[in-house]
Design a protein. Sequence first.
Length: 100
Amino acid sequence: MDSEKGFFAQLFDLSFKSFITVRVIKILYVFAIIISVLIGLAFLIGGINSMKYSPFGGFLRIIIAPVIVFLNIIWARVVLEIIIVLFKIEENTAKIAEKN
């Protein structure tokens, strides 16, 4: 609503008349990508280490690691887009209410 307010003014707005979610969502998406890549690296390293004991299991983990990263990033994007849609609905509803 009040996009001219600064970030910290919006952050500490106890009346919640302005939202910071739309600004913070980009940071959350980057954070989700970083976490997904770290999880994928953990699967990859685990797969390499388990090749000694179970070659097929280790190979399977190595193959699945990038798929997990890709699916995690897609899931994060969908969830964050749903959040954005909810806030856009609120903004548009407020505009309609102001017109009436």
